[in-house]
Design a binder for this molecule. Structure first.
Ligand SMILES: Nc1ncnc2c1ncn2[C@@H]1O[C@H](COP(=O)(O)OP(=O)(O)O)[C@@H](O)[C@H]1O
Ligand SMILES: [Mg+2]
Length: 410
């Protein structure tokens, strides 16, 4: 469980300095909701934002040096904002549930003396009490510093005084974030939990072609990044809870255009395939033959119904390959599924006013380039005309389509 109430990104490509939601230093801002849509013209930084999340996830998985090269990032020199003199840095404001105190995670990545990317500094803080000042429970600079054991209030105050059990830490591998090393140890409870949260992120790069590949028989709990195991996930759901899975299928089939029924079929070798019955045809189709749009919608609905949902999901432009009329419904479904708790948060970049029309002005963020060519971001609700128009019943997508969000001035 957990979600990000705010994030600050600095010097990551076109994102020289942006903040979404509430952070440690911006306490008066409204926290991010559970469904966040990011809109903006081409080149405004939407994909860069999605990739920033992917980059953080990659840093944990493969280390910062490899992460700089992964996913066509082209190395540190390419991905750091042009003209930046400070490190690439991230600050996340995280909360596990409504009755836990927020945690701030800061991560700075820079080049070392030999020109290789490394973790320059890393810090975890947690607020004390309801309005207290945060205490650092992990602070590493150039790989050395301290961490606090346990799951309580322990940490170091800004004046240097400490509560709890402080342990000196010296990391041997500066390419790997300290939270990965320390989070693997039971005594660093809080770090472990936070790391679990980061590791549960899902960055979706769904590719219908990948989803059409013949898949092995093994059931798998989670859809992979490109959706190449869509049948395995369906198989898993079928195995775990047949009744529930059939309910999901019924729900999905009612949303897929022209599809009358979806049925799992088990083969002797243990493999399961899905049969899609289309309206005008007697014989079913298998998922290999389904249209891009139908496969995509199917993948999204499966994703929304995961048994132990991944806590943060980022989807880029879900509208690609989908008929625009399904988008409103998809957005509604997403809104319903993420709910208002701490179990799931969904970030979406989109060009579709139909999708955005289903959302409120607090959940839509507008990215734009400033005079210097870097991105700026603003909540739709912060544009002065929005409240008035919303009261008149105009939807956010329609405002956008009518070019209301073209200038930063408001
Ligand atoms: N290192 C960098 N510093 C500054 N801007 C960059 C850097 N790398 C790429 N860009 C710019 O970032 C933009 C890429 O934006 P992108 O995230 O793909 O936008 P969108 O997905 O909204 O179309 C391009 O305009 C590109 O010129
Ligand atoms: Mg893009």
């Amino acid at each position: 469980m957990g979600k990000i109430e705010g994030i600050k990104i600095q010097n990551y490509g076109v994102l020289k300095n942006i903040v979404l939601g509430k952070t440690r230093t911006k306490q008066s801002e409204k926290a991010l909701g559970n469904l966040i849509a990011i809109i903006g013209p081409s080149g405004s930084g939407k994909s860069t934002l999605a990739d920033a999340f992917g980059f953080i996830a990659d840093c944990l998985e493969i280390g910062v040096e490899a992460a700089c090269d992964a996913n066509n990032r082209g190395g540190f020199e390419r991905l750091i904002s042009q003209g930046a003199t400070e490190p690439v840095s991230f600050e996340m404001y995280y909360r596990e549930s409504s009755n836990t105190r927020p945690i701030t995670y800061e991560l700075e990545i820079d080049l070392d003396k030999t020109g290789r990317p490394y973790v320059k500094s890393e810090r975890l803080r947690q607020r004390v009490g309801q309005y207290g000042w945060p205490r650092s429970f992990m602070y590493l600079q150039e790989g050395s510093g301290y961490a606090f054991e346990g799951n309580d209030d322990g940490g170091q105050n800004d004046d240097g005084s400490i509560i709890g059990k402080k342990v000196d830490v010296q990391l041997s591998d500066l390419r790997r974030p300290g939270i990965v090393t320390l989070g693997a140890m039971k005594q660093y409870n809080r770090i472990e939990k936070f790391l679990d949260f980061l590791r549960s992120w899902y960055l979706c790069y769904f590719s219908p072609d990948a989803a059409r590949r013949i898949q092995t028989a093994a059931p798998q709990a989670y859809l992979d990044r490109i959706g190449s195991n869509i049948n395995n996930v369906a198989q898993y759901m079928y195995r775990e809870n047949k009744r529930e899975f059939e309910k999901i299928l019924q729900e999905i089939q009612s949303k897929l255009p022209g599809i009358e029924k979806i049925e799992p079929q088990k083969f002797e070798n243990g493999q399961m395939m899905l049969r899609f019955y289309e309206k005008d045809f007697k014989e079913p189709f298998y998922s290999q033959r389904m249209s891009d749009g139908a496969l995509k919608l199917f993948a999204y609905y499966l994703l929304l119904h995961e048994k132990n949902p991944r806590q943060l999901v980022f989807i880029e432009e879900p509208e690609n390959g989908l008929y625009h009329h399904y988008l409103g419904e998809l957005a509604e479904e997403m809104k319903r599924e993420v709910g208002s708790g701490f179990s799931k948060q969904l970030f979406i970049t989109t060009h579709s006013p139909f999708f955005v029309n289903a959302l409120g002005p607090d959940d839509v963020w507008v990215l734009m380039k400033d005079m210097k060519g870097y991105s700026t971001i603003k909540r739709a609700s912060e544009f002065h005309f929005v409240k008035e128009l919303a009261e008149e019943g105009v939807s956010v997508g329609d405002m956008w389509y009518s070019k209301y969000f073209e200038s930063l001035e408001d």
